[in-house]
Ligand binder design. Structure first.
Ligand code: ACO
Length: 352
């Protein structure tokens, strides 16, 4: 069976930089609090209505296609990972296809909504398609416009200071070289933690919120529009909710677990890892994982300081930065790992 290689890599981040000091002006927070708790110093914020998840994804894709040295019409499948799509439907995959004019009517497009682990899930899906010979050039994009959906007031400060906007993309191809490519991918989920990090649609009061219908002022008449009440705003029902400490506790357990699982499956050990690129959730989480696995500073790539947490985009942005800065060379063992909302988590090992 063929193996899958990453042939081209690209990324795009908005020019607009928002520092922690900038956030101090709009909410009760401090540069010190944000740095100490998350490691973040600044993040990029998209230009409203001009830069979207699709437009940023398209820019990252163009760079990846150019880097791969292929024509855009060679792309036969698009996988787009995001939690902040331009539309509820259709997905961003078809919007990127239209924007770049890729293989119109010929190639397939699929959106993945697995939040922070969306890129790893996308990589695994693409790997299966390539290994079976179904596709030859898959464009995998992770892109997020968090800034459009965050509460930049003191009420939402625990979440809004963490996230940033940006996009990354890779082009995946088959190789006959048995020594190279994706060695293994590992995916997990545990929906028991779904509401610990979630953005719940205001309309979904029939399930999780059944007992809260009255409390939050929802109408249970299916023909009534769903109004945003003050209660809903106060209770974070119109913005993402996160139980930070719960997420932290699971992230620092599941990250090392799934990396060890990938190493075991490929008969490798932590010393073999040339570069670990963890999902940039929080610098403290990355440092914890590094320590648990006994990795040196040179073996781990972090850039959350500059971009914040860009969810599905964080791994491909970091991969692109590291690759284009010559931090990854032929023969290196690269490990990608993510943990996030769902909870979902996963890891991939690649021989470069
Ligand atoms: N600025 C200042 N103070 C704040 C802020 C802020 N931005 N946000 C919260 N606080 C306050 C709280 O109100 C609280 O005040 P109180 O003690 O008066 O009640 C105090 O800071 C401590 O709040 P905690 O939530 O206990 O702070 P904690 O030390 O847990 O840090 C954090 C919060 C950074 C979110 C932490 O829990 C964390 O890192 N969790 C992991 C979550 C994560 O990484 N999420 C990323 C997305 S998920 C993913 O990608 C895996």
């Amino acid at each position: 069976m063929k193996k899958t290689i990453i042939k081209g890599i690209g990324h795009y981040v908005p020019e607009n930089i928002v520092t922690n000091k900038d956030l101090e002006k709009v909410m009760d927070t401090s540069d010190e609090w944000i740095r100490e708790r998350t490691g973040i110093q600044e993040r990029r914020v998209a230009t409203r209505f001009r830069e979207t998840t699709t437009t940023m994804g398209a820019k990252a894709a163009e760079m990846a296609i150019k880097d791969a040295g292929i024509d855009k019409n060679d792309i036969d499948f698009i996988v787009f990972a995001t939690l902040s799509p331009d539309y509820y439907f259709p997905g961003c995959g078809v919007l990127v296809q239209r924007m770049l004019g890729i293989s119109e009517g010929e190639c397939g497009a699929l959106d993945i909504r697995n939040q922070c682990s969306g890129f790893i899930y996308g990589l695994s899906v693409a790997d299966q398609f390539i290994k079976t010979g179904m596709y030859k050039n898959i464009l995998l994009i992770g892109s997020e416009t968090h800034s459009m959906g965050l509460d930049y007031t003191t009420r939402g400060r625990d979440i809004s200071v963490i996230f940033g906007d940006g996009a990354g993309a890779v082009v995946l191809q088959p190789t006959e070289d048995a020594e190279r490519g994706i060695l293994s991918t590992h995916l997990h989920s545990d929906g028991r933690h779904a509401e610990k990090l979630a953005f719940i649609s205001p309309g979904c009061h029939g399930g999780y919120y059944e007992e809260d219908t009255e409390k939050y002022g929802f109408s249970d008449n299916p023909y009534d529009p769903v109004f945003l009440t003050e209660d809903m705003l106060d209770n974070h029902l119109t913005f993402p909710y996160m139980d930070g400490q719960h997420v932290f506790k699971f992230a620092v357990t599941k990250f090392p677990e799934v990396i060890q699982e990938a190493l075991l499956a490929t008969e490798k050990s932590p010393e073999d890892i040339s570069l670990l690129i963890p999902h940039q959730a929080n610098l403290r989480i990355s440092q914890f994982v590094q320590k648990r696995l006994g990795l040196s500073d040179d073996q781990v790539y972090n850039n959350i300081q500059k971009y914040g947490n860009t969810t599905a985009a964080s791994i491909p942005i970091a991969l692109s930065e590291a690759y284009h800065a010559n931090k990854i060379k032929s023969g290196d063992l690269v490990c990608l790992a993510a943990f996030g909302s769902g909870f979902t988590w996963g890891a991939a090992l690649l021989q470069w």
